[in-house]
Ligand binder design. Structure first.
Ligand code: ADP
Ligand code: 5GP
Length: 209
């Protein structure tokens, strides 16, 4: 295959209110698509019980995060409920160049930055079936106090206002059906004509001279 037609990885952006189930649905998706590279973000927030450095996030100090911003090491970053979150430019670029699909779990400001810089990115917004269910999930996760939950619910309303900017909207009713819808989206995206033109190359040349 020529350099021009060499497959580049797909950049996939998943956003949605905190507690919608992004991490859960991503885990389900990756169990059937282990070839997708999940981008481990950098954050200044404290690890939750069960979270591992380098697996869920790269946990760094505010000073280190600000150094990364100044050194232009981030594809995007945002401040969310008092903490910085950001995506490493180097890792994403390396994976995409190798033809590996990369999945980002990021909030709406960061997603808008990514779409601006990489218009070909596929953006998906995940919502829970209702606000009541979102509140139930945030409480059921047992990771945030009442204040943090109230902040996240308020933030959820703001974030949902931005959903029209996304290519796709998926309701996380059951984890399996939401992950299945994500897989269907990725499959359809892979079949887009501009990404498949190399398949018709041989038809366009007259084989009989
Ligand atoms: P996010 O990554 O969007 O903040 P999580 O994946 O941490 O959300 O999910 C929040 C909580 O909701 C977790 O306790 C998770 O087990 C639960 N959850 C996720 N998806 C579903 C679902 N489809 N039905 C019921 N509970 C869910
Ligand atoms: P949480 O604290 O619940 O893990 O994440 C809070 C929010 O930060 C979520 O909406 C999540 O998608 C978002 N987030 C996680 N990593 C990044 C990142 O690298 N950049 C941006 N902009 N948002 C992120």
């Amino acid at each position: 295959m020529s350099e021009a037609t060499k497959k580049r990885g797909e950049l996939i952006v998943l956003s949605g209110p905190s507690g919608a189930g992004k991490s859960t649905v991503i885990a389900e998706l990756l169990s059937s698509r282990p070839d997708i590279h999940f981008s481990v973000s950098f954050t200044t927030r404290q690890p939750r019980v069960g979270e591992e450095n380098g697996v869920n996030y790269n946990f760094v100090s505010r000073e280190e995060f600000e150094r990364m911003i100044a050194a232009d090491e981030l594809l995007e970053y945002a401040e969310y409920v008092g903490n910085y979150y950001g995506t490493s430019l180097k890792v994403i670029r390396e994976q995409l160049d190798r033809g590996v699909d990369v999945l980002l779990d990021i909030e709406v400001q960061g997603a808008a930055k990514v779409k601006e810089k990489c218009p070909e990115a596929v953006t998906i917004f995940l919502i829970p079936p209702s606000v009541e269910e979102l509140s139930r999930r945030l409480h059921g996760r047992h990771t945030d106090g009442e204040d943090a939950i109230a902040q996240r619910l308020a933030q959820a309303r703001e974030e949902c206002r931005e959903c029209h900017r996304y290519d796709y909207l998926v309701v996380n009713d059951t984890v399996v059906s939401a992950a299945h819808q994500l897989q269907s989206i990725l499959e359809a995206e892979r079949c887009r004509t501009p990404k498949q033109l190399h398949l018709v190359e041989s038809f366009l040349h007259d084989q009989n001279g």
